[in-house]
Design a protein around this ligand. Structure first.
Ligand code: HEM
Length: 463
């Protein structure tokens, strides 16, 4: 049986594990106790910790830059998240067993957010004309934007990829990259019946290369990335479940690190800059999407990645416990109720109760890492419920990045969780380059390496 319409499984080699089309969430540390009981006092403390004007709110202009990570990687991080995990159903109010919650994404780096379920099962994502066989759909009249239906809704494998202008344009870059690879293969005389499968494989493998060799080292540091890649995983194992899964320690805590990287606003091109969101009721431009993109707002990717020595890209914000102001008032989550808060920080923190996550300190000890000191978390004491001693993992990972890595990358606990899940998912996927040809090197682009800058150039959205 093939997965997602792919036809290039190695003949006669059975998959080592089953990759579920959709899986359930799970736990890395099932034996660790929840960081706190679900009581009104703990809920109040979490709401206090994640509120606007609280510890995590940096004030109007005070969320510092991370000199090590250009702003584009924040949205590559978001795009990757949308490839791996989606829990659109769970409630913030009720506790849930992760294994009862369905993940609406395949737990693999295979771009199901772009390819959907393949040309046969998701035909609306594909160009059906014979001359463009194998290509993803682009609106010929509006090639600068995602293809949209008559009501302006983007045609996507994951609706979240049209949540803001930047991730929306990044999705378009991946669509154009796939189509450019189809053109290259066609020019090389590849059999039309093989075009889609060949192109999809090349696109996925180059994307996986970027994930492992550009994105991960930036995020967790070169040493951690190398250690997990070369010497293996110590905590993430899927053998007992016989299929890979997304642990809640990753999806609810460590991988939400990206929320602290988001800037309050971005320069998109020389004529257009705007806040990421404006609060409901406020006026002014913002970068929320979900509607046709005017041509004058097309991305100049030089503002986001190192593409041109003459243009310094904007930077991401430091990985720390401050979150840019607009994220305390998400415009798409009205009304602002205690049970459904519009503050992204409060939502993240409440999820720790929903999924009974262990504390950062408990995870650190389990990993053999000295936990953060009382002084490192002294400010948290003010919110109550003893959260400075037993700290929600997401907050802990952010504070650890600040204290142990100067806010430039994740620290040892956060970095280890992200690295193990990335490498573990890649190793579990029988179609990934790591499984099929571990010695494989990129073949597109200019050299043996392959970076986001190469992908954007080949896609034709940057020069
Ligand atoms: C403008 C940027 C972003 C916005 C507005 C945003 C917003 C959100 C929202 C509203 C949720 C659901 C919260 C909940 O109810 O639990 C969420 C979940 C999540 N976000 Fe973000 N996010 C952004 C960027 C990022 C980035 C850069 C990353 C990582 C690099 C990230 C990682 C995640 C993860 C892992 C989840 C959980 C996904 C799931 O399991 O369903 N996000 N985000």
């Amino acid at each position: 049986m093939t997965r997602h319409g792919q036809l290039y499984l190695r003949d006669g080699v059975p998959p080592r594990v089953r990759i579920p089309a959709r899986g359930r969430f799970g736990r890395l540390f099932p034996w660790l106790r929840p960081f706190a009981p679900d009581t009104p006092a703990v809920r109040n403390a979490l709401m206090e910790l994640g509120k606007a004007t609280g510890i995590m709110d940096p004030g109007p202009d005070n969320n510092p830059n991370n000199p090590a990570i250009p702003a584009g990687f924040t949205f590559l991080g978001q795009f990757i998240d949308h490839d791996l995990t989606f829990d659109p159903t769970s409630s913030l109010e009720r506790q849930a067993d992760p294994e009862s919650i369905e993940n609406f994404r395949t737990p693999a780096f295979e771009l199901d957010n772009v390819y959907g379920a393949g040309p046969a099962a998701s035909p609306f994502l594909y160009d059906s004309t014979p001359e463009n066989r194998g290509k993803l759909l682009i609106d010929a009249d509006r090639p600068h934007d995602l293809a949209r239906n008559s009501q302006g809704t983007a045609l996507l494998g994951d609706p979240r990829n049209d949540e803001n202008l930047i991730v929306s344009q990044l999705h378009l870059a991946f669509v154009k990259f796939h189509n450019a690879v189809i053109d290259q293969l066609k020019a090389q005389g590849v059999n039309p019946g093989q075009l889609f499968d060949e192109a999809q494989k090349l696109v996925r493998w180059h994307y996986q290369w970027i994930v492992l060799h550009e994105f991960l080292p930036l995020l967790v540091g070169k040493e951690m990335a190398e250690t997990v890649l070369r010497r293996g995983r110590r905590f993430y194992s899927y053998r007992w479940r016989r299929e890979p899964y997304i642990p809640v320690e990753f999806s609810v805590a460590a991988y939400r690190f990206g929320h602290s990287q988001v800037r309050g606003g971005y320069r998109i091109n020389k004529d257009f800059a705007a806040a990421i969101f404006v609060a409901p009721g406020a006026t002014g431009n913002d970068l929320s999407s979900g509607k046709p993109l005017p041509p004058e707002r097309v991305m100049d990717w030089r503002n986001f990645f190192n593409l041109d020595a003459a243009v310094t890209p904007q930077l991401s914000q430091r990985i720390d416990t401050t979150i840019s102001r607009p994220l305390f008032q998400l415009p798409f989550i009205p009304p602002n109720m205690a049970s459904n808060p519009a503050s992204l920080a409060q939502r993240n923190l409440l999820r720790h109760l929903t999924f009974r996550l262990p504390s950062g300190q408990a995870v650190a000890r389990k990993m053999g890492i000295a936990p953060l000191s009382a002084a490192d978390l002294a400010d948290v004491a003010a919110v109550g419920a003893g959260l400075e001693r037993s700290t929600p993992l997401w907050f802990y990972v952010l504070r650890e990045a600040d204290k142990r890595a100067d806010g430039q990358s994740l620290g040892p606990v956060g970095g280890r969780i992200v690295s193990e899940v990335f490498v573990g998912l890649m190793a579990a996927d029988e179609l990934s380059f790591l499984s099929q040809e571990p010695g494989w090197k990129p073949t597109l682009g200019t050299g043996a390496d392959f970076k986001m800058a190469d992908l954007l150039r080949i896609a034709g959205v940057a020069s």
